[in-house]
Design a protein around this ligand. Structure first.
Ligand SMILES: [Zn+2]
Length: 369
């Protein structure tokens, strides 16, 4: 069956019809002559490839970092959620089952600690780092597991310093998977963490502002080891979360040309309901307010995370891509937008997700206000 999305406006301003067949995009064109069933007339809305949130907590088992995939996924305009280490090898079967039942696409950065986020100091006991357990999980779910996650901050590693990352580095080397590494309060220090990161790895919480362990040195210059990491192909993910995003750091980063690659939210139940994250549309509006263009913010939730995930048929409207789309509007408004440190800026352009298509199936979103 051929399906058509009529009159969809792309972020570059052109209006196209999008042709879908067998859950794949046939073409997105101003002049298509292909006929089919019109799924939606999208006049008045923007359309982009389905949004991908590279940093979420989509495994509902362990509080507080938990949520059901669809609650933080397609119901908010996000067609793909990537879990950042909520589950380790011990829970991967259960997580995979939950993921398969969701409408939203779900992928996982598997926690290097086999217990995942059962406890929040999951790297305090090095016996929980088992290569055999991770290897078995990756062999079982090669499509689902897209990398490994290491939370490298003082409260997680306790006395172990850099050791968990040095162990994780050997694991991923054998498995040829990227590492997503979270940074926060030292030890370990940012410099030391970055020294283990290679091309294709992801540094998340890149704009956090915690205790002298962020991306700027005391004299205000960018940490040279970060610039070197970016040069060798390490990606930066924002990973907003409840305590890891600072407008001040983000503004300074923009002034000095330290750009994010992906706009992961680090969303879970609590920061979705009570803020400061709320949802992806709020995240995107914050970056419009920081002076980034609509094209730039949408790229950071579509083509860029697809590249990071090594899933080139997501995040694109090219022929043959998976037919996931997000429909949204951009309205002039005035709203206070708040970071993780209580600082607010004025959002004058607000993005609002209106509908999604996942694999060719259309879902209109419930109105939240
Ligand atoms: Zn997280």
């Amino acid at each position: 069956m051929v399906q058509i999305v009529k009159n969809a406006t792309l972020v570059n301003g052109t209006t196209v019809d999008i042709v879908i067949e067998n859950q794949r995009i046939v073409e997105a064109s101003e002049t298509t002559t292909i006929q089919g069933d019109v799924i939606v007339d999208a006049a008045g809305m923007y359309v982009s490839p389905g949004w991908i949130d590279l940093h979420t907590h989509a495994f509902p088992k362990y509080k507080p970092y938990c949520a059901m995939p669809d609650q933080i996924g397609y119901k908010t305009g996000v067609t793909t959620v990537v879990d950042a280490g909520s589950s380790g090898a011990d829970d991967v079967d259960e997580f995979y089952r939950i993921a398969q039942e969701a409408t939203t696409r779900v992928f996982a950065f598997l926690n290097i600690s086999r217990i995942g986020l059962m406890r929040q100091d999951e790297l305090s006991d090095l016996d929980n780092l088992s290569f055999a357990a991770i290897q078995q999980a990756v062999e079982e779910y090669p499509q689902f597991i897209v990398g490994l996650k290491a939370r490298m901050s003082a409260s997680v590693v306790c006395g172990n310093g850099i050791q968990p990352l040095s162990i994780a580095e050997t694991f991923r080397h054998k498995l040829e998977l990227p590492l997503m590494v979270h940074v926060g309060t030292a030890p370990p220090e940012l410099n030391e963490v970055l020294s283990y990161m290679k091309k294709g790895d992801i540094l998340t919480h890149c704009y956090h502002e915690k205790e002298n362990n962020h991306i700027f040195r005391e004299d205000g210059s960018v940490e040279p080891s970060l610039l070197a990491a970016i040069d060798r192909g390490v990606y930066l993910d924002v990973g907003h979360g409840s305590s890891s995003f600072s407008f001040g750091i983000a503004q300074k980063a923009k002034q000095q040309g330290v750009y994010f690659d992906s706009l992961g939210t680090d969303i879970y139940q609590n920061n979705q309901k009570n803020g400061p994250v709320y949802n992806m549309e709020t995240m995107l509006s914050k970056f419009l307010a920081l002076g980034y263009s609509l094209e730039e913010v949408i790229e950071a939730v579509t083509i860029k995370p697809a590249e990071i995930l090594r899933k080139p048929d997501l995040g694109s409207l090219q022929p043959g891509s998976i037919a996931d789309l997000t429909f949204f509007t951009v309205k002039e408004s005035s709203k206070k937008l708040t970071d993780s440190f209580g600082t607010s800026i004025d959002g004058e352009l607000l993005i609002k997700a209106e509908a999604v298509i996942i694999g060719g199936k259309y879902f209109e979103l419930e109105k939240s206000d």
